[in-house]
Every structure is written in C-alpha cells, then in structure tokens.
Design a protein around this ligand. Structure first.
Ligand code: DGY
Length: 318
C-alpha cells in the first residue's frame, strides 16, 4: 500500500510507516507540497498524512479512488471535507489531547504579551526609542485578579482556565453546554456570549471552526467589549471578522489583541492588522513545543497505521 506524507518528518517517527508501506514523503518541513504534486501522488495512495495547511477537498478526494485513511497532525480538521470523506468511506484521524497543554501555554503567553505590551517593549529597544524610565511608559493591562472570558470550554479552554486560576482571575465561559469540571474545580461561571463580552477583561476565543462559528466575533461583538479588553484568538482565523477587529483595535474600541491564527495563512506581511502596535501576532504555533509536535506526529502515524491495518484509529473524527 502507498502512503503520502505532505511534510518532511523525522525518520524515527515515520519508521513503522516506512517499514510497512511504500512511503512518498515531501522533502521539506516548512514548505507545503505543491498542490499539483499532491494531486498526482494521491491518485494511487491508500493513506494520507496531512496537516492544517493542506486543503483536503472534493477535488483531491475525487482523484483518490484508493484512499482509505486520512490522518491529520492536528486536533482541528476544518481543512478536510469530512462529509465527502465519509461518503467515500474514508476514515479521518486527528490528534486531540496531546496538544492541550502546549496550546494552553501559548494562549496564556499571548494573553500576557498582549496585555502587558511585551513585543512592543522589545520593538522600542530594537528601534532605539527607549529614552528613559517613564511613569506611564508602555503601561498595559494588569492580569492578576482580572476576569477572563473563555469562548469554547473544551479541553484547551479548561487548561487555559486552570492557568488563569493561578493568577486568581475570575473565570467566565461560554460554551455549547455547561462544563461541570470547570464549574466545580475552578468556580467558572457560565455566561451567555453577550454577558461574557461585556464583563471580561480578557476574551479568549477557543471555539472550533464550523459553519456556526464562522465570523462569530465581528463588529457587534467588539462594540460590546470593554475599551480595556484584550482579545486573544488561538482557535481559527475564520472565527473572526478581521476587518471589524482591525477597526476595533485602531479606533481604541478595545485595548489589544493577541493572534495566533488568521483568515488567510500565512498572513501577508503587509496585512493592515500587522501595522497596528496593539497587535501581537504569531504564525499559528499554538501547539509548537518540541515534545508536543513529536507526540502529535507519532499519534498521527499510529492513526494511519491502525487504519491501514484495518484496526480502529486511536482518535477518529466521527
Ligand atoms: C490544531 O491542532 O488544530 C492546531 O491548529 C495546529 O496544531
């Protein structure tokens, strides 16, 4: 059987796949396999190892008559046409759980960086603009004992809330359903979205990307936030109306934003959002700790191996 891997991965991670299958692996780690080449390679492939940057859409699936398993090295699978895969009897595996803590760490790092203007401080030094200590020089928003509003209280939301508890923050959350663990362990309070937006000092978006969450935070939502609010997005860029976000940040409707994800990735370096001093932007590295990425790659390999051997995937997208 043939397996296509769309990014270069370390040999020890791919060993079992290489030992068992005919593996075609794209040679570059940080550059996507050209679409044309992927469409060619997929024609006789049984398994596909992919990631958030590949579009696994109707066109690709149509060209893959033998495909049995798609394994993505990610928890999110909005880049995969799940319905189409299901219609064709293709199993889809993903990697939840192993990236929870790394993503929560990065979310909290962004929250602190955006609130306390960390990157701006570095820029000031680099540009030789640090003239003297000033009473209100680079002052930001406090974090200790402030309130955090988490939109999407799943695994990562809960882990972010645990970090917030350490800062004695008041935890509000909005979710499809109540999260008993968050309420009992952390005294988190469930809120309707509107209430969360008006009350929280830090608003953290962790909702998955679905048709219901598409641009769920836009003009009407930013207007409701405090002028001192800090908005963090480590979910998906498509969950936010970026034009409305730009306006809210530029006009002082909110204080700052920390963004790890964008509508178009990679974001164009000339994008208006990147010109704003109150934006802290990162290139989709929520789960990017070395150990986590190794675990994600291993789990994605295991999903693929299991599926191709006719065994249940460790984590199948249902
Ligand atoms: C995911 O897993 O969905 C992240 O966005 C990439 O690590």
């Amino acid at each position: 059987m043939k397996v296509v891997i769309t990014r270069h991965l370390p040999n020890d991670v791919t060993k079992e796949l290489v030992d068992n299958f005919d593996v075609v692996m794209w040679g570059k780690e940080n550059e996507p396999i050209p679409r044309k080449q992927l469409l060619e390679e997929i024609k006789d492939a049984d398994g596909l190892f992919t990631n958030v940057a590949d579009q696994i859409d109707y066109e690709l699936l149509e060209r893959a008559p033998k495909l049995k398993v798609i394994s993505t090295m990610a928890v999110g699978y909005d880049n995969i046409d799940i319905n189409e895969a299901r219609n064709r009897g293709i199993m889809v595996g993903h990697t939840p759980g192993v990236l929870t803590e790394a993503t929560a760490d990065l979310t909290f790092a962004l929250l602190m960086a955006a609130g306390r203007r960390i990157v701006e401080g570095m820029d000031v030094i680099r540009q030789n603009e640090w003239n003297s200590w000033g009473p209100f020089f680079l002052t930001g928003q406090g974090i200790y004992r402030k309130s955090i509003g988490i939109i999407g209280m799943g695994r990562i939301g809960l882990s972010v809330a645990r970090r917030a508890k350490g800062f004695q923050m008041d935890i509000l959350y909005h979710n499809r359903s109540h999260n008993k663990e968050a309420e009992e362990e952390l005294n988190a309070t469930y809120c309707e979205l509107e209430e969360l937006l008006t009350k929280a000092d830090y608003i953290v978006l962790l909702a998955p990307s679905t048709k219901d969450t598409y641009k769920m935070i836009g003009k009407a939502e930013f207007v409701k936030m405090k002028q001192t609010a800090v908005f963090i997005n480590t979910s998906r860029g498509t969950n936010v109306d970026e034009e409305a976000l730009y306006h809210a940040l530029q006009s002082g409707e909110i204080f700052a934003a920390g963004l790890d994800v964008f509508d178009q990735e990679p974001i164009d370096s000339e994008h208006p959002l990147l010109k704003l001093r109150n934006v802290t932007a990162l290139p989709h590295i929520g789960s990017a700790s070395i150990e986590t990425r190794i675990e994600m790659a291993r789990l994605a390999c295991e999903n693929l191996l299991n599926g191709l051997k006719g065994q249940p995937l460790v984590h199948e997208v249902k």
